[in-house]
Design a protein around this ligand. Structure first.
Ligand SMILES: Nc1ncnc2c1ncn2[C@@H]1O[C@H](COP(=O)(O)OP(=O)(O)OP(=O)(O)O)[C@@H](O)[C@H]1O
Length: 362
């Protein structure tokens, strides 16, 4: 665990970059620092690896004041990823990744073997190993930067706006990759961004900062989006914070109407095959027509966003909840999905009615 204990940084010209920060960064989780430009995010991050020395207070790493540890040794145990990757331009990809193992005195073969493993871990093709950084795309360079930071398997990873120099599509891919890696590796990640979208996507906890490194709110993404501490935080989160909540919350909170209670919905009826998988909605006014597609969601793994998307696309205005085998377990209308977001009891949609389950071939 990393603990900031009244950590402050005052520059010689009198600028107070960070006033006095108390913050715990739990081990094995991702903590995101987010806030406007100049609020002290980078300063806070760099206090951890002693690139910035606090002028008051302390930073503790697993209980030890980092100022008591030799800086070089400390940094070898902490992965550091920065914007535009900061790769050594004159070194091949493989040797960039092996930087810390070389510093740790590993023999060349072992270091390169480890680097090749890392290349694969971050989703890059082995043939990129021999290239120089300028022969890679921006997104590939960032992946190499992440691989380099992970090479000696440090328990702590500091990431300073690592994905901000790439386009939104590549950026989303890199975020997915980090989430996947973190699911496997469980590093203690301290991640800096000025992008609230990125913060709520990646963070187990998010610290919204104000000027001089003051914490406006420290919370998990869901609490942050649904219960911002004050007007300032709400404004920072933006007007569409409710919609962002949809993308974060699991769909398992949707109140699903069991199939036994019926599958008629505003003039539509759900049809199932012999195994109980949905085959489509039948328009009860035109029962001879082919069934219309029945969008589904998986309550265990999908977000509210996918559930709502499916409900909106459904001709009946209701989405079918299915189990891991694709068998229908119930239905939920749009109101039920939205109620899961706001925590309100679901109001029935006008015109919805209940009827018996209809199955094909039975
Ligand atoms: N060497 C320095 N001397 C004086 N002031 C400094 C120095 N370095 C940083 N600052 C000031 O400290 C404050 C915090 O800087 P920091 O780089 O930590 O902010 P940040 O939140 O990371 O900003 P950004 O999002 O723009 O990167 C800023 O007001 C900055 O101008």
């Amino acid at each position: 665990m990393i603990r900031f204990d009244g950590a402050a940084k005052r520059h010689p010209d009198g600028t107070i970059a960070v006033e006095g920060l108390d913050l715990d960064i739990p081990a094995g989780r991702t903590t995101v620092l987010v806030g406007p430009s100049g609020c002290g995010k980078t300063t806070i991050l760099r206090m951890v690896n002693r690139m910035v020395e606090p002028t008051a207070g302390r930073v503790l790493l697993d209980g030890t004041d980092v100022s008591q540890l030799p800086a070089a040794k400390l940094r070898r145990g902490i992965g550091y990823v920065i914007q535009q990757a900061g790769l050594f331009p004159h070194r091949r990809v493989i040797d960039n990744i092996a930087t810390v193992p070389y510093l740790l005195g590993w023999d060349r073969k072992k270091a390169r073997a480890r680097a090749a493993e890392l290349l694969e871990l971050v989703g890059l093709a082995p043939e990129l190993a021999k290239r120089y950084p300028f022969q890679l795309s921006g997104g590939q360079q960032q992946r190499v930067g992440v691989a380099r930071a992970l090479a000696a398997d440090p328990p702590v990873l500091l990431m300073d706006e690592p994905f901000s120099a790439v386009d939104p599509v590549v950026r989303a891919g890199l975020q997915d990759e980090l989430l996947r890696l973190q699911g496997e590796l469980n590093k203690t990640v301290l991640f800096v961004t000025h992008d609230i979208e990125e913060a709520v996507r990646l963070g187990d906890q998010v610290a919204v900062l104000r000027e001089r490194g003051r914490i406006a709110q420290l919370a998990d993404p869901h609490t942050l989006l649904t219960e911002p501490a004050d007007e300032g935080v709400a404004a920072f989160l933006g007007r569409d914070r409710g919609l962002r909540g949809l993308g974060l919350l699991p769909a398992r909170t949707v109140a699903v109407r069991p199939l036994g209670e019926g599958t008629r919905q505003a003039g539509w009826e759900l049809r199932l095959d012999a195994d109980g998988r949905p085959t489509g909605w039948i328009d009860l006014d035109r029962p001879d027509e082919d069934p219309h597609p029945a969008p589904v969601f998986h309550p265990g793994t999908d977000t509210l966003r996918s559930a709502l998307d499916a409900a909106v696309l459904s001709p009946a205005g209701a989405v079918v909840a299915v189990d891991a085998n694709g068998r229908a377990v119930g239905t939920a209308d749009r109101a039920a999905v939205l109620a899961a977001l706001t925590g309100a009891p679901p109001a029935p949609e006008p015109g919805s009615s209940r009827g018996p389950v209809s199955t094909d071939g039975r």
